[in-house]
Design a protein around this ligand. Structure first.
Ligand code: SF4
Ligand code: SF4
Length: 554
């Protein structure tokens, strides 16, 4: 397969050798975990345990709330000691008792059972955005997907979690990919991996040679260049497909998953293991034992880094993720979540603060490296001028915040910070203007709920009447509901089903495009469509019961 090019890109110092030389290990079991209710795109989960309750590893402790959300499970066995609107805390009993689901075979299990398993296991993308996996797996309902891309590029400096995942679990990752390919209908799987991971490439080559696979799997080794792990960039690189501005990979028949997510999906199906742990890279010059470890979710960053030999006197800052796109931590009490792929405990010399910025000299360096073909210097001017309509015209929201432009800027302008705050400001404005619309939608939801309750009440009454009529035919004739047009009701039901599907699609697409946002209004619109569907079904049931009753009286 030929290699294609995405524009721009840079070659930052790698520093992966610091963590990819040690064997993969399990971090010690934490004595306490704090599990945030929002570790994924969409709505936070809703707690379903109370303080004092005993739980096992894998016990469901919070249920998904709305369509874009994910279940949350206990990551240690012990006692729930705190529950609030944001997190659940569990004290360990040290027994590490597990609670798993029955094993499934992805080749023979029904797709509905596999989807249900992904959902009940609380799976969310482990690559960064945390999009619920069961929603992504349903993409075939709205798009034709021909290719699943395994995003093994791992282009950020320092991070080696995917590399170690592939070295140790190449065959399982490929099984996970086939499972997802089966669900989304992809006939081809392409693994995109940078050439700086020779051991992972060799593990994949060996696993491929031994694999019985229904989908065609191709291994595509690409040059090491940042940010080839961006979805659009990788899809261009390995498939020569251009994801349109404002679009998604599904628009060009493609789905992307990172190796950790595929491994978790396979383990959830084969072993019935919910998502309670993940592989995290521990690195940076302020720790003496860098490497990759299996970590239970909710483990405090402080104890994890201490176990890796943290020298607090050397520590300048801890970054979650890579140095290009990661975020600095304000406190080490922060827990590891489903999206924590790397912790860099950096010294001051290692990641010094950026020098003071100076004015833009219009050198154009930022434009040359932008992988999204944007005009970074213009975005910078208009962001600072708060010229939001121009920013949207310049496709600000196509910016993947890769930081390549900031990296090369000789004036040390924090370009990505400008873009992030501009995006935030624009989103807040959109939320403000959507509030009035939301009030209207909430009113519509209330009306739909009342209509549904009314329809269900009538349907129950009619069913009772039909039942009574069977045993005492002469008494019910006057109370029978007016004859309904069954055909129109069936059409109404079909239309209501279509409305639900459409609302689901709009919500899933919005959440995938901006996973860090909340989508209360779209969730309300979906809930309204669902209420309307239930009402349509109740009316149909009532009409059928009415027809049955009528037949029996003739
Ligand atoms: S941060 Fe945005 S504007 Fe800058 S190079 Fe990356 S995609 Fe382009
Ligand atoms: S790289 Fe910096 S100085 Fe050069 S054009 Fe871009 S913003 Fe201006």
């Amino acid at each position: 397969m030929p290699a294609y090019e995405f524009p721009g890109g840079i070659y930052p110092p790698e520093r992966k050798a610091r963590s990819n030389q040690s064997p993969l290990q399990a971090a010690p079991l934490p004595s306490q975990v704090t599990l945030p209710l929002k570790q994924h795109a969409g709505n936070p989960a809703t707690p379903c345990v109370v303080v004092g309750e005993n739980v096992n590893v894998g016990s469901l402790i919070a249920q998904r709330n709305g369509m874009i959300s994910a279940h949350l499970h206990a990551s240690i066995s012990g006692t729930v000691t705190h529950v609030d609107d944001t997190a659940i805390t569990i004290e360990a009993d040290g027994l590490d008792r597990w609670e798993t689901l029955p094993p499934l075979d992805w080749r023979t299990a029904a797709p509905a059972a596999l989807l249900e398993r992904l959902e009940s296991s609380g799976l969310a993308g482990l690559g960064g955005a945390g999009f619920p996996t069961h929603i992504k797996a349903k993409v075939a309902e709205h798009n034709v997907i021909d290719t699943l891309v395994i995003n093994a590029a791992e282009c950020e400096p320092y991070i080696t979690a995917d590399d170690l995942t592939l070295r140790h679990y190449a065959a399982d990752v490929l099984e996970g990919a086939q499972l997802i390919a089966r669900l989304c209908g992809a006939q081809t799987i392409v693994i995109g991996i940078e050439d700086n991971k020779p051991e992972a490439i060799s593990a994949l080559t060996q696993a491929l040679s031994q694999m019985q696979h229904p989908a065609t799997i191709a291994l595509k080794v690409i040059e090491t260049r940042y940010p080839s792990g961006g979805e659009r960039q990788l899809i261009k690189k390995v498939l020569n497909r251009d994801v349109p501005s404002g679009g998604l990979p599904a628009d060009v028949g493609t789905l992307c998953h990172n190796p950790g997510t595929l491994l978790a999906a396979f383990h959830a199906v084969r072993d019935g293991k919910p998502l309670v742990e993940r592989i995290v890279t521990l690195t940076g010059d302020a720790i003496s034992r860098p490497g990759n470890v299996w970590v239970r979710l909710g483990t405090p960053v402080a104890s994890l880094l201490k176990g890796a030999g943290l020298d607090p006197h050397q520590l300048h800052q801890v970054i979650v993720g890579g140095p290009m796109m990661g975020t600095p931590l304000t406190t080490l009490d922060t827990p590891v979540t489903k999206t924590t792929n790397c912790l860099i405990a950096a010294t001051l010399a290692e990641l010094p603060p950026a020098p003071v910025e100076s004015p833009c000299i219009r050198c154009g360096a930022c434009e040359l490296v932008c992988p999204a073909q944007l005009l970074p210097q213009q975005l910078h001017w208009y962001a600072r001028a708060e010229s939001d309509s121009t920013l949207e015209t310049l496709n600000l929201f196509d910016c993947i915040e890769c930081g390549a432009c900031s990296f090369v800027c000789p004036s040390f302008i924090p370009l990505v910070e400008d873009y992030r705050s501009a995006k935030q400001r624009i989103r807040l404005k959109q939320i403000e203007s959507a509030k009035a619309e939301h009030a209207k939608h909430r009113f519509e939801f209330r009306q739909a709920r009342i209509a549904r309750e009314d329809a269900e009440k009538k349907a129950r009454r009619q069913a009772r009447l039909a039942h009574t009529q069977k045993s005492a035919p002469s008494s019910a004739g006057d109370d029978a509901a007016p004859e309904a047009d069954l055909r129109s009701l069936r059409i109404a039901q079909t239309a209501a089903k279509a409305a639900v599907k459409k609302a689901e699609k709009v919500l899933a697409r919005a959440a995938e495009q901006a996973p860090k946002q909340r989508f209360e209004d779209l969730e309300t619109q979906l809930a309204t469509a669902q209420e309307n569907l239930k009402a349509a079904e109740a009316r149909l049931a009532e009409a059928r019961a009415n027809a049955t009753q009528k037949d029996s009286t003739i």
